[in-house]
Write a protein that binds this ligand. Structure first.
Ligand code: HDE
Length: 695
């Protein structure tokens, strides 16, 4: 969609069509493969301006990667509020006028890894949105966890140094499973709530399109007459919140380190535009102290059951960037980019961020003019007295670059009324200068326990396994024990299970730090019923039942899923009765971990070929072990048997996510695809017993 931001970007876009090679100085050259040399085998000449320009530019092509969130993927889209329900709370037009659609750029990221690290690591994911509003740029720089690891930004360098690769050998890359991180955690219990999220399935999303986003801090909405309301921002994905399983993540890091980036790109290219609903939790200023935690403490959530999330609008991402560097790498988010109607609170983490983001762009983007980079420009006018600086793109005319002036006609003119101009919320502040954490930030274990209490059995098993994995990689036994001791102050069950796995003695176990729970925190039990964009591996070989396969492929595509045929070799396979069936992928280049579900069609010859191949049996058994939906029709069930999966014969049999029928071709029962789709939509068959099947 050509919104105002896209039209503005058109001015910066360059297409290669038919152009000739012309240097940066506008000179046409006829040769770019050999440098200018003194003689046939002689030295290169300094006067070779074309060589020097080309190589110098290359030498300077890299900019510093982000100190955190270095690896990311971005897309354009738009946001529209549903109605004017927030008009009572904020003067921000883009949140309150349903006739206004605001262009956005969103960048998703991992935090700890370098630019080239894998997507599927255990980590927080960034969810940063730049709204190009008609009142200026508003950046909501959030994460997929609603809480952060520290309470005061002055601890951020310590926290990041602890989680990043260790400084002496730069190991490990993009992992929290190492001594320095857990040393920090054990000594800094304010990390514990976020650490619970980090050890949970939230840290390994199936897709950027299937994760929630949170503004984390408590912000403020402000009305035209200056009334403030506390607000927490939430993004809810239309496709539901879903995760990978840990073993898959590790395997995908090898098979497709770009898994999440590719998924976002392909979904948008195929027209399956990702969507989120923006929600807000609102708290009146008079209720500031109504909670058993401090609203300014970024390690705390407001349970949704206590303050419901009010849905306010829809975000759709519908356009991939044209150039990764120009847009996704150069986009510069800043928590202090706010517009009239939104303001900060005194959350000490937010306050620090308001310093850090501008500061970091100065080194990363090389000077103070980064807001002139096309992706960063607002769709509004810009008019300041700021001049000069590296990378200045504008040609400011006139004699004046100061205020007040008469020589420039008094321009740029200041003044105006809120909300036409931004004016800070007039919060009364009165206190002594102190360097001390507020006593209201003291509870570090209560909400960690709340999170644990809110998890389903499956989710708890995953959390325990994650702690065991991570702490198992810690070399210093005292650090393992110190973390387990902290967990003992969260919940005895958790600490005991982790200690048991590590072979550590039980720490002191008291009462749980909280007996409360918040069902909204559990990812399970909130299925969306859709299989849109789910990837389904269809295993075929020569002799497959083409008619039955086509019928099911069509039905799956009609439901928005993406089935792909995988065969031992590329091209097409011969079908038992009809035309050849095109092959999308060669099975040896793929793995079941790259798919959401597996289908094995009928065909005695096809199944015999596939079953004789150990890697195909492994493919099926692994999907089974990862509790994915699996379907087979006709003799396809024999491949399941060869992979060690026992199935009963019948017209339509469903057993813990495995859907089978003995029928083939036009006799496949109508309900077969419906049931298969239902099982895929559940994301995983958590009730499946996988012990008998090894992959
Ligand atoms: Fe960031 N963070 N952060 N952060 N953060 C950066 O800014 C920082 C925090 C988040 O896609 C940096 O441009 C401090 C919380 C995202 O470009 C840097 C503190 C949350 C992104 C920075 C925090 C975030 C960043 C690195 C503690 C969730 C990626 C490059 C006071 C609410 C944005 C850059 C993108 C990036 C500093 C804590 C989210 C260094 C000092 C809490 C999504 O400025």
């Amino acid at each position: 969609m050509a919104d105002e931001k896209q039209r503005a970007l058109d001015g910066a876009r360059v297409d290669p069509d038919g152009s000739r090679l012309i240097t940066q100085q506008g000179v046409r050259v006829d040769h770019t493969d050999d440098s200018l040399a003194a003689g046939d085998r002689g030295p290169t000449l300094l006067e070779d301006f074309h060589f020097r320009e080309k190589v110098t530019h290359f030498d300077h092509e890299r900019i510093p990667e982000r100190v955190v969130h270095a690896r990311g993927a971005g897309a354009y889209g738009h946001f529209t509020p549903y109605d004017d329900r927030l008009a009572r709370y904020t003067a921000a037009e883009f949140l309150t006028d349903p006739s206004v659609t605001t262009p956005v750029f969103v960048r998703f990221s991992t935090v700890a890894g370098s630019r080239g690290s894998a997507d599927t690591v255990r980590d927080v994911r960034g969810f940063a949105t730049k709204f190009y509003t008609r009142q200026g740029n508003y950046d909501l720089v959030g994460n997929n966890f609603p809480v952060f690891f520290i309470q005061d930004g002055i601890k951020f360098p310590d926290f990041v140094h602890a989680v990043k690769p260790e400084p002496h050998n730069e190991i490990p890359q993009a992992q929290s499973a190492h001594d320095t991180f857990w040393d920090f955690v054990a000594l800094q219990p304010e990390t514990l709530h976020a650490v619970m999220w980090l050890m949970s399935d939230r840290a390994i999303p199936r897709s950027y399109r299937m994760m929630q986003g949170f503004g984390v801090h408590t912000f403020r909405l402000v009305t035209a007459d200056g009334r403030g309301t506390f607000v927490k921002f939430h993004w809810k994905p239309a496709l539901g919140t879903h995760s990978l399983v840990w073993e898959e993540c590790q395997r995908i890091a090898g098979y497709d380190p770009d898994f999440n980036r590719r998924d976002l790109w392909e979904a948008i290219e195929s027209g399956a535009f990702p969507e989120w609903e923006l929600g807000v939790q609102l708290v009146e200023e008079t209720d500031e102290f109504a909670f058993d935690f401090d609203l300014l403490d970024p390690t705390k959530i407001i349970p949704e059951e206590r303050v419901p999330v009010l849905p306010v609008g829809r975000l759709v991402l519908d356009r991939n960037p044209d150039n990764f560097f120009a847009e996704t790498e150069q986009v510069a988010f800043h928590t202090a980019n706010i517009v009239p109607g939104i303001d900060f609170t005194n959350d000490p983490l937010l306050q620090a961020r308001n310093f850090s983001y501008l500061d970091t762009q100065l080194i990363r983007l090389g000077g103070p003019n980064f807001a002139q980079i096309p992706v960063n420009r607002p769709v509004t006018e810009v008019s300041t007295n700021q001049r000069d600086g590296y990378g200045q793109q504008r040609v400011h005319r006139g004699r004046t670059s100061y205020t007040p002036n008469t020589l420039g006609g008094g321009c740029p003119v200041v003044g105006g009324d809120f909300p036409e101009v931004f004016r800070h919320y007039q919060e009364k502040v009165d206190g002594s200068k102190i360097r001390k954490r507020s006593a209201s930030f003291a509870d570090h274990h209560g909400q960690a326990a709340l999170f644990w209490n809110s998890m389903s059995e499956v989710e708890r098993t995953h959390i325990v396994a994650a702690f065991r994995f991570e702490l198992g990689k810690v070399e210093t036994v005292e650090i393992r024990a110190a973390v387990v001791a902290q967990l003992g102050r969260v919940h005895a069950d958790l600490a005991a299970a982790v200690a048991e796995g590590l072979g550590l003695p039980l720490p002191d176990l008291g009462e749980p730090a909280s007996t409360q729970s918040s069902p909204a925190l559990s990812q399970l039990g909130q299925p969306t019923g859709t299989i849109a964009t789910r990837k389904i591996a269809v295993l075929v070989a020569d002799g497959v039942d083409g008619e039955g396969t086509e019928k099911i492929l069509t039905a799956l595509r009609e439901r928005g899923a993406t089935p792909e045929t995988l065969a031992p070799r590329g091209g097409a396979v011969r079908t038992a009765h009809g035309p050849d069936l095109p092959v999308d992928r060669v099975v040896s280049t793929m793995a079941s971990v790259l798919y959401d579900a597996v289908l094995v069609p009928c065909g005695p010859d096809s199944v015999e070929t596939l079953a004789a191949d150990g890697s195909v049996r492994h493919f099926v058994a692994e999907a089974f072990r990862h509790r994915k939906a699996i379907a087979a029709f006709g003799t396809g069930t024999e491949l399941l048997a060869a992979a060690g999966i026992a199935v009963d014969d019948g017209d339509l049999v469903v057993e813990a996510g495995v859907v089978t029928t003995t029928k083939a071709r036009d006799e496949i029962p109508d309900g077969f695809v419906d049931v298969f789709a239902q099982e895929i939509a559940k994301h995983r068959a958590w009730n499946r017993d996988t012990r008998e099947v090894t992959a």
